[in-house]
Design a protein around this ligand. Structure first.
Ligand code: HEM
Length: 457
């Protein structure tokens, strides 16, 4: 059963407490499998022209009201701080946003540990100098639907003036939703309380809605501060965009260099991610991949790490375990539930193959356009980049970094706990290089109309 059917079967309208008809669909709607899509980055040259484009686009941005129903294509829109300014949003409102958002992603490079080849000076043009003002994302279940939605958006763009399209990026994956490394992604997502779908027994509890939707109660019991006025802030969220070029050839080489037989290589690759290629978690299938488990949304998240404290089955340093310790006691105490994120990642480029070597990396444009949504998105990404991705202290691994997304200016180490002695593997390099990104605000539908109408005038 696919993820959409799984959610639809469990949706209970009487459990909904969120204002779903005001929240953008993209926040709650799961990515279809297979999926195709496009990201478009726009620059606002003229405030009135930019607002006119938003007014034209607004009717094409669906609400989350029917978020578990099959939809064939949907568009989401997000705006950077420089974008809000260029659209003429008044100073009082601009100042009510969090400082990190006001500064933009490039200015936060130090907090994000975006140095060396990941530094903003190395980024693609579309992300330089806070140029990316508006980001449009269209997800669709097939190419024809995508083309229709893209044509509609493009005709609104051509009908308006004062906005420049500075970049587009196509993406997609087959029904098995494999990323550039040949691993299924988007398997684990937080359950948002009040959205109408409860977690299943054995799964992690629902997270307070204010962690994702501005104006709702957060995990602390009260709403986070929201941008002012209320019409602008309420029911919105924040988005982190990060475009990565992937190096699956270098990853393949690393894994091949550590073992002679294919089964041992596959096990090591799974230990680095925490799941097998199919999406089956190591904790539920420790020695071999299990396609059926990986494809089953009802079972593949039904686990925690309480039976594997030593990390013998799933290493503490595995990407998935680092980024969601699932209730585990960490050396550096953190409330993990305020660091949960909704991921809407999109894979681009040719499919993964076992034959790829480092010499093939860079030949084609392949990677992940990583999108995550949270009402604390900027604090969370900066925390994750500093603590859980580019350090190892919280799990007693010193300077060891995330083996999938860590920045390795020097070749790094991956520790695989085992009996009688753990294995320490050196030579991990940067398998995902950052090419650009931005901090964005995803307005509610009310706020989109508020901005489009220049309601402050
Ligand atoms: C760009 C390269 C990346 C690749 C190839 C990648 C790959 C994966 C894969 C295969 C999984 C397991 C399946 C799933 O639940 O989706 C996963 C999980 C996850 N990743 Fe990534 N990821 C990348 C970047 C990131 C970044 C930058 C972050 C955070 C800042 C992140 C956060 C997460 C989280 C939170 C999970 C789910 C953990 C859980 O709830 O079990 N990933 N990733």
């Amino acid at each position: 059963m696919g993820i959409l059917q799984h959610l639809k079967d469990r949706f209970r309208p009487d459990r909904v407490t969120l204002q779903l008809d005001d929240i953008q669909a993209l926040i709650l709607r799961a990515r279809p499998e297979p999926y195709v899509g496009i990201h478009a980055m726009l620059h606002v040259d003229d405030a009135a022209g930019g607002r006119d484009l938003l007014r034209r686009l607004a009717p094409h941005i669906p609400a989350a009201a029917d978020w578990t129903e099959e939809l064939t294509a949907w568009t989401g829109v997000a705006i950077s701080h420089a974008g809000l300014k260029a659209l003429g949003v008044p100073e009082g409102s601009l100042a009510s946003f969090p400082l990190s958002f006001r500064q933009g992603m490039a200015a936060r490079a130090e907090q994000l540990r975006d140095a060396g080849e990941n530094a903003p000076e190395q980024w693609e043009e579309a992300y330089r100098d806070n140029r990316c003002h508006i980001a449009l994302t269209i997800f669709a279940s097939d190419q024809a639907r995508l083309d229709e939605a893209t044509d509609r958006a493009m005709s609104e763009y051509h009908a308006s003036s004062g906005v420049t399209l500075i970049g587009t990026h196509r993406f997609g994956a087959d029904a098995d939703a494999k990323n550039p490394f040949g691993f299924r992604d988007s398997v684990s997502q937080p359950t948002v309380a009040g959205a109408g779908v409860d977690p299943q027994p054995g799964q992690e509890r629902a997270i307070a809605p204010g962690e994702f939707i501005l104006g709702e109660d957060s995990e602390t019991g009260a709403p986070l501060e929201i941008p002012q006025p209320d019409a602008l802030g309420r029911n919105g969220s924040y988005v982190v965009l990060r475009k990565y070029d992937s190096r699956p050839g270098a990853f393949n080489d690393f894994v091949r260099g550590q073992a002679n037989d294919e089964a041992a290589q596959e096990l090591l690759a799974a230990k680095m991610f925490g799941r097998w290629r199919s999406g089956a978690p190591l904790i539920l299938s420790p020695t071999r991949d299990d396609e059926e488990l990986g494809a089953d949304p009802a079972r593949r998240n039904d686990f925690d790490f309480s039976g594997d404290k030593a990390g013998i089955v799933c290493p503490h340093g595995a990407h998935m375990r680092r980024l969601n310790p699932r209730g585990e006691r960490l050396t550096i105490l953190t409330d993990e539930n305020i660091h949960r994120i909704i991921r809407r990642s999109s894979t681009f480029g040719p499919k993964w193959s076992a034959d790829l070597t480092a010499a093939d990396d860079g030949e084609d444009d392949r990677g992940i356009f990583f999108i995550f949504i949270s009402a604390r998105a900027f604090d969370t990404i900066e925390f994750l980049q500093q603590e859980w991705i580019n350090r190892g202290n919280f799990i007693d691994l010193g300077k060891e970094r995330d083996p999938v997304v860590g920045l390795h200016e020097e070749p790094g180490r991956f520790t695989v706990p085992a009996e009688p002695v753990r294995r320490r593997i050196d030579g991990v390099t940067t398998y995902n290089r950052l090419r650009g990104g931005e901090y964005m605000f995803m307005p509610s539908l009310t706020a989109l109309r508020w901005i489009a109408a220049g309601s402050w005038n």
